[in-house]
Design a protein around this ligand. Sequence first.
Ligand SMILES: [Zn+2]
Length: 116
Amino acid sequence: MNGIIVIDGEASYVLATLGRIKSVLSSWEAAGYEMFQPEEEWVFEAVSGRSCPRCLALNGRFYLGDEVARAFPHHIPVSPTEVLAQLHRNCGCYLRWRNMKEVLQNRLHRELSVIK
Ligand SMILES: [Zn+2]
């Protein structure tokens, strides 16, 4: 089931697992969420009517997380899943993180299997 984490078992197991999830999330909060990891998929969205030919040519193109900072050195984060591309003066084009749920779910599963 996509986007759902199932915790099944005895009450003590469920409570222990919830406790582990809470500690993983706390450590993420404490460390800050690092943007642009390799497993992330970001898609370029040109703003119609306001884009230069360079931006229009990139519309719909995918970038892996670790490519974004290199390809868009002047980007400005506006939310955890959106950055302004800033490819040119008055560029209003965005990159959006399209597989956030999947990536965060995989990270959580990975960290839970390490913590135990
Ligand atoms: Zn643009």
